[in-house]
Design a protein around this ligand. Structure first.
Ligand SMILES: Cc1cc2nc3c(=O)[nH]c(=O)nc-3n(C[C@H](O)[C@H](O)[C@H](O)COP(=O)(O)OP(=O)(O)OC[C@H]3O[C@@H](n4cnc5c(N)ncnc54)[C@H](O)[C@@H]3O)c2cc1C
Length: 398
């Protein structure tokens, strides 16, 4: 197994770097690097720039607008974007729904919805989780009852990321209460402007409004918004989750965050010496750097296997656990490094339009927000405990 990049792959890396140098707006990269809040317009701007270059839906087949990249090129692209502090692509339409429609949608659904995902006409959110259905997703209770030309939807979704920006939500709904729980679920596309849809904010640990609850009261959804077969939505749901877990290790994000941490530790003074010279702190940085190097190698091994025709198995669970632990450790170290300057619940600190003067070292104020926000990494996309269960069954055979 060759873990080195070929000449063509290195050329591709240079092409991505040149694109980022030319097209990634500096103001946007500065916001991402400093951990400032991104507006809806910021996210739409980056979406449009990638779409114009043909690199937005980079895992879609060419006939639907993808660039035809293999796993290695996708990896290089993700890493370079993170290192350049590009915003993340909002995943719900492009990374999640798109592949489901391509595999299970009718020709009419593909023709109508896919171009709208690409050009940003629709902002999608993910209506999977409910108060009683998270890790046990097949327990969803939101019901959809079939009438002559529509489903009538009632129930509640929760943790709906960026649902307050969305005009469309894809939902898992229960269409058969008698069947076994995985067999009575359908996959439905719901227009959030339909009467009876209500979005309520959830304010998380970091003081931010990123997630929501979505309530459905007698919401009429046209029958043609069913994706795949009725009662067979679990198949779509599982297929989508494999896409939710791509790039799960987030190597580029960790490399970029670690660089920032080391830069900070080299210049920030503690007891008359740079923090980097503090043995305890230096040892923790060294440990996370070693963990990151190990994980990158595992990630490359998996990519080489996929490039050789394999499919990612329980390795993606290993990458999810290590990747999220490493990112959380880096944010934890950064928060410790800035000490009392890491403030949170101070809205102005991370709103670029407020032009607040930092108290303490530059960007220090956001270290607490980032620390608290990143707690989510080990919960969503399948919690780390669930990933351990997968490893114990598939690798250890327990
Ligand atoms: C910030 C954030 C954004 C999110 N965005 C979305 C979104 O946009 N759309 C969406 O649909 N969902 C979203 N989610 C929901 C996410 O997918 C769920 O939180 C996740 O699946 C866990 O479910 P739960 O919160 O109900 O916890 P539970 O499933 O109730 O789990 C509680 C705890 O028990 C553990 N546990 C549960 N079952 C087992 C088991 N069998 N073995 C061992 N341990 C177990 C879990 O690991 C966890 O620690 C988001 C969550 C967060 C935090």
């Amino acid at each position: 197994m060759d873990l080195n990049f070929s000449h063509e792959e290195e050329q591709f890396r240079s092409e991505v770097q040149a694109f980022l140098a030319e097209k990634l707006p500096q103001a946007l990269a500065d916001k991402v690097r400093a951990g400032l809040r991104l507006t809806k317009q910021d996210m739409q701007q980056w979406h449009a720039i990638l779409h114009a270059r043909g690199w937005l839906a980079n895992h879609w087949p060419v006939e639907h607008g993808g660039p035809g990249w293999d796993a290695v090129r996708k990896y290089i692209f993700d890493v370079e974007c993170a290192l350049a502090f590009a915003p993340r692509i909002v995943p719900f339409g492009v990374n999640m729904l798109g592949p489901v429609l391509i595999k299970y949608g009718t020709p009419a659904q593909k023709q109508y919805w896919l171009p709208r995902i690409l050009d940003g006409s629709d902002w999608w959110c993910q209506g999977y989780s409910e108060p009683g259905a998270g890790s046990d997703l097949a327990a969803v209770q939101t019901s959809a009852v079939r009438h002559s030309d529509h489903y009538l939807v009632n129930g509640q979704k929760t943790w709906t990321t960026l649902g307050h920006y969305a005009n469309m939500i894809f939902c898992l709904v229960r269409t058969d209460r008698q069947a076994k729980k995985q067999e009575g679920i359908s996959f439905l596309l719901v227009d959030m402007n339909t009467p009876g849809v209500e979005v309520r904010p959830i304010i998380t640990l970091d003081g931010e409004h990123e997630v929501n609850e979505v309530f459905f009261t007698d919401v009429k959804v046209p029958l043609e918004n069913l994706v795949g077969e009725e009662h067979r939505g679990w198949t779509c749901a599982k297929y989508l989750l494999t896409y939710e877990r791509t790039n799960i290790a987030g190597v580029g994000f960790s490399v970029a965050a670690l660089r920032e941490l080391k830069k900070f530790a080299a210049t920030h003074m503690k007891n008359g010496k740079p923090l980097a010279a503090d043995h305890y702190f230096a040892a923790r940085i060294a440990r996370v750097e070693i963990d990151l190097a190990n994980m990158s190698t595992t990630n490359l091994r998996m990519i080489a296997a996929v490039a050789g025709g394999g499919v990612p198995g329980a390795e993606s669970s290993m990458l999810k656990i290590r990747g999220t632990e490493i990112r959380q450790e880096i944010t934890s170290l950064m928060r410790k490094a800035v000490g009392p300057y890491a403030r949170f619940y101070v809205d102005e600190d991370y709103d670029a339009t407020q032009g607040m003067q930092d108290v303490g070292p530059p960007d220090a104020a956001r270290a607490a927000v980032s620390y608290f926000n990143n707690r989510k990494l080990s919960i969503f996309g399948g919690s780390n405990e669930i990933q351990r269960n997968i490893i114990s069954k598939m690798i250890l055979g327990l």
